[in-house]
Design a protein around this ligand. Structure first.
Ligand SMILES: [Zn+2]
Length: 397
């Protein structure tokens, strides 16, 4: 039995993404497969391919000192993002505005959930909290801690740990900020802005690659468990994907009646989805990669037979989708096959295997030419038996 062509495409889409050794390769493998999987013209996602940036950062135009500023800015930004992430979980009515290097302050803004119209809101309804973080102001972290504690809505067990993680990251962010303040004194304002812009772009690229990495990680865990248990049952990530699929199908699929009168599910993933990339909001990168992959995952495993076509290389951790159930292939590539057998052979055996393979090839060529000549002779009027005898004699067989 053979796997359906479309299901093979869904399967390859997933395993190519998982098998990729770097996030650069994974991103490109993803875009390579999209036109086939979603039945677009081959150049449909050309724009997305052009916009896809590899992790190698683009700061080669900077001097050593400028690169240093770039690195510290990146560190500062990472701590800022971590604070925002942590706050989002626990402080629905408070948002972190981050560090303002020029005024040496950090700011928290409140989000008002009252039903008052915006024009009637006063500062009392939406107070802002500003803290002086200059080195002379020693106890600003205590004040920050107090503010956060006051804003906890539903106290729970992990609060104090989360609070200290938030404070720790704010402190690191401020430390980096002060360092930038020092370092920027020796460069022009224009150069400073240029580095900041480079940092913002690069940060987006990093976010995208982090999303790819996270999805690869989930998929690897999931496939490993599926391969080991040969089942989708009790698999946490499968369950997570299915929950996520509810969101995806609400946004991207619809039901229709096929020509044969059967209800089928169609996807709305259009070329635009892939070409209008998510710059500006890093959270969308997760969606950009995860939605189509989960969609393919559901399509692939909806047919329980397809599980049998999913295989793992016997030499490396890579996966592949067999075309037929009778397929005896055990390796993802010829190189893995050789490495696998060579590991079990002595050097002498390796040499013999290479020689045998060469001889095999030569014999194949010989047989092919013999067959061709036989066909030719028969077409010239020779009886098959007679022609064979002549050719055997010639070959000394
Ligand atoms: Zn392999």
């Amino acid at each position: 039995m053979a796997i359906s062509e479309q299901d093979k495409l869904y399967g390859d889409f997933i395993v190519d993404f998982v098998n990729a050794e770097t996030t650069d390769q994974a991103g490109l493998a993803y875009l390579d497969n999209v036109p086939n999987v979603f039945d677009f013209p081959s150049k449909a996602v050309k724009k997305a391919r052009e916009q896809f940036k590899k992790t190698k950062n683009h700061i080669n135009s900077l001097s050593g000192h400028e690169k240093k500023i770039f690195e510290v800015m990146l560190t500062e930004h990472e701590h800022f993002c971590r604070v925002c992430e942590l706050m989002e979980i626990q402080f629905p009515s408070l948002s972190y505005g981050g560090l303002d290097i020029e005024t040496n302050t950090i700011i928290f803004e409140t989000i008002c959930y009252d039903n008052k119209p915006i024009e009637e809101l006063t500062d009392e309804d939406e107070p802002c909290y500003e803290f002086d973080i200059s080195e002379s102001s020693k106890d600003y972290m205590e004040e920050v801690n107090q503010l956060l504690t006051d804003y906890i809505v539903y106290p729970e067990a992990g609060d104090s740990q989360r609070l200290s993680e938030i404070c720790e990251n704010i402190e690191q962010e401020c430390k980096a900020g002060r360092k930038i303040e020092q370092l920027k004194k020796s460069i022009s304002e224009g150069k400073y802005r240029e580095i900041r812009k480079l940092k913002d772009d690069h940060y987006q690229v990093l976010r995208e690659h982090k999303s790819i990495e996270a999805i690869q990680f989930d998929l690897r865990e999931m496939l490993q468990e599926i391969i080991t248990t040969r089942s989708l049952a009790n698999n946490e990530i499968v369950q997570k994907f299915l929950d996520q699929y509810k969101v995806i199908s609400a946004e991207n699929t619809y039901l229709t009646i096929s020509k044969g009168g059967i209800i089928i599910e169609k996807t709305l993933f259009k070329q635009d989805f892939f070409n209008e990339r998510a710059y500006g909001d890093f959270r969308n990168f997760q969606k950009y990669y995860e939605f189509p992959i989960i969609h393919a995952f559901v399509k692939f495993f909806k047919n329980p037979d397809n599980l049998k076509y999913l295989k793992q290389c016997e030499h490396c951790p890579k996966y592949f989708i067999a075309k037929r159930l009778t397929e005896t292939r055990k390796f993802c590539s010829r190189s893995c096959k050789n490495k696998f057998y060579n590991a079990k052979r002595t050097p002498k055996e390796i040499l013999e295997a290479v020689q045998a393979s060469r001889k095999n090839k030569k014999d194949k060529v010989k047989t092919q030419t013999l067959n061709q000549r036989l066909t030719h002779m028969v077409s010239q009027g020779w009886a098959k038996e007679e022609a064979l005898e002549i050719l055997r004699e010639e070959a000394g067989l």
